[in-house]
Design a protein around this ligand. Sequence first.
Ligand code: 0O2
Length: 220
Amino acid sequence: MKKKGNNQLIKIENFLDRNEKLEKNTRTYEKIMFIYSTAMKELELKIETIQKEFKIFYDYDLIDHIQTRIKTEESTIKKMQDKNLELTYKDMIENINDIAGIRIICPLKKDIFAIRDLLKNIPGIIIEKEKDYVTTPKKSGYSSYHMILNVPIILSQKMLYVKVEIQIRTMAMDFWASLEHKFKYKPKKELAKSKSKELLAYAKIINKLDNKMMMLNKEN
Ligand code: 0O2
């Protein structure tokens, strides 16, 4: 990783006491969340700029809307326990990629890939991971494009790289994912097999709908 005088460009995990235990409501937790939310806001601003540029310069609604969220402590701890991680800040930062999350909702399927390419071109941002659940949906039917980006933020003494998860999906995919999340993904109890099958069938209908909308758009 590059160094610039005293302003080292370092990963957030190197900035912390590596063995400190993860505990709720501590000063360390507060500091880490400040860093994540700063990175998230900086990236959100860049995405809003892309959104406005396409509207003003090309009269095209590439992005319908943007949502941001910081994962709750409860949800982070649960995910760490599910992944059998040690409850330390180091393990949290290294292994939980979606503490800061941005969801980009767009009208058409082809917009997803256009947005992905635009994000890849933002100077200074490093792509850590990509998962294309649009070309290959998950078994559940879930469809979205996921990216983990390393976003540089400048503090008074340091420049840090911070991980932000991006989910890009169409409005139709978002409709399905939001409801499925409520029905199945979050509750502790498993959803009946018949209901999972039904949801998968609806995901396929939504995929067809997205393809039809893209055809309609081409014909115009
Ligand atoms: P929440 O409550 O949405 O935050 P990684 O460690 O990064 O490789 P990760 O994060 O375990 O992998 O998995 P993945 O597949 O990248 O999924 C991350 C997020 O995508 C999830 O976060 C969900 O938001 C969403 N997601 C993944 N699969 C599904 C699905 O089948 N249905 C729905 N509705 N959403 C899904 P969290 O933390 O699990 O949940």
